[in-house]
Design a protein around this ligand. Structure first.
Ligand SMILES: C[S@@+](CC[C@H](N)C(=O)[O-])C[C@H]1O[C@@H](n2cnc3c(N)ncnc32)[C@H](O)[C@@H]1O
Length: 249
């Protein structure tokens, strides 16, 4: 469904049905889906170039981005080809497309791996990722649009386990849908389609994910307002997808 909302072509009729059910009362979701991916690009580039992180653990990565949107390894390896990236998703369709995702655009020292697993099986995830990621060196953990698929207590437990596994100088990069009245009907319709359930979270709940971390400026904000870059046409508008970056110190 997310691939459809991001303008991709790797989707089935059930995905489009669920996407349209969501978009009916909330057409803004198409704009938001694209902006979330651009937030991913800006945050990964910032963490790689400004913070010097070379390892990325992208959990709930989704299908490979299309139509001008880029994937974590493409952004990170454009900064340094030696970056190592581990992708995780529990959707078998994402795994089927991972062959395309796993192709690095650079040949120089970097590594990319893909794990098909449930994020809630966090210890297993970390054990498998350790084949590619050195957990004594800084790691950027990406949790983009996935934590709403988990109950809030499960989401907190997953984040806590991941943050304990990474050393000082590591980062959490997060985004998700903010709980606002305008999205309730859309979400109810989406959840009725039988696709996996999703929950929106308040900003206060999102802040809990960053407990014990130092927030990078400007904090948890609409994704379009996180260190925006100049746009060629039009203006960026605030969205109800929020995101932020935190550093483990
Ligand atoms: C909304 S998409 C976000 C994709 C991408 N991170 C982005 O921001 O564009 C959420 C992804 O999380 C995956 N996901 C949901 N629950 C999961 C779980 N428990 N474990 C692993 N992946 C999960 C879904 O299969 C889907 O690909």
């Amino acid at each position: 469904m997310w691939n459809y909302l991001q303008g991709g072509t790797d989707n089935y009729s059930i995905d489009r049905e669920a996407g349209d059910a969501y978009a009916g009362p909330y057409p803004e979701i198409f704009y938001l889906a694209g902006q979330v991916r651009q937030f991913l690009e800006r945050t990964v580039r910032w963490v790689a170039s400004e913070a010097g992180v070379r390892q990325f653990f992208d959990i709930g990565c989704g299908l490979p981005a299309q139509r001008g949107l880029r994937n974590t390894h493409e952004v990170a390896q454009a900064v340094d080809p030696r970056c190592r990236v581990v992708y995780v998703d529990n959707d078998p369709v994402v795994y089927a497309h991972a062959q395309a995702l796993l192709v690095s655009t650079v040949s120089d020292g970097g590594e990319i791996a893909y794990i098909e697993a449930d994020a809630r099986d966090t210890d297993n995830l970390i054990a498998q990722a350790a084949n590619t990621i050195n957990f004594t060196e800084p790691v950027a953990v990406l949790l983009m649009g996935i934590l709403g698929a988990l109950r809030f207590d499960e989401a907190l437990a997953v984040v806590g386990t991941l943050m304990r596994a990474i050393p000082t100088g590591s980062y959490l990069i997060f985004s998700d849908g903010r709980d606002t009245e305008s999205r309730h009907e859309a979400l109810a319709r989406r959840n009725e389609t039988g696709i996996n359930r999703y929950e929106l979270r308040t900003r206060e709940q999102m802040a809990r994910y960053f407990d014990g971390l130092d927030m990078v400026e400007p904090g948890i904000v609409p994704v379009t307002q996180w260190r925006p870059e100049p746009v060629e046409v039009g203006t960026l508008r605030p969205v109800e997808g929020y995101g932020g970056v935190g550093r483990k110190s």
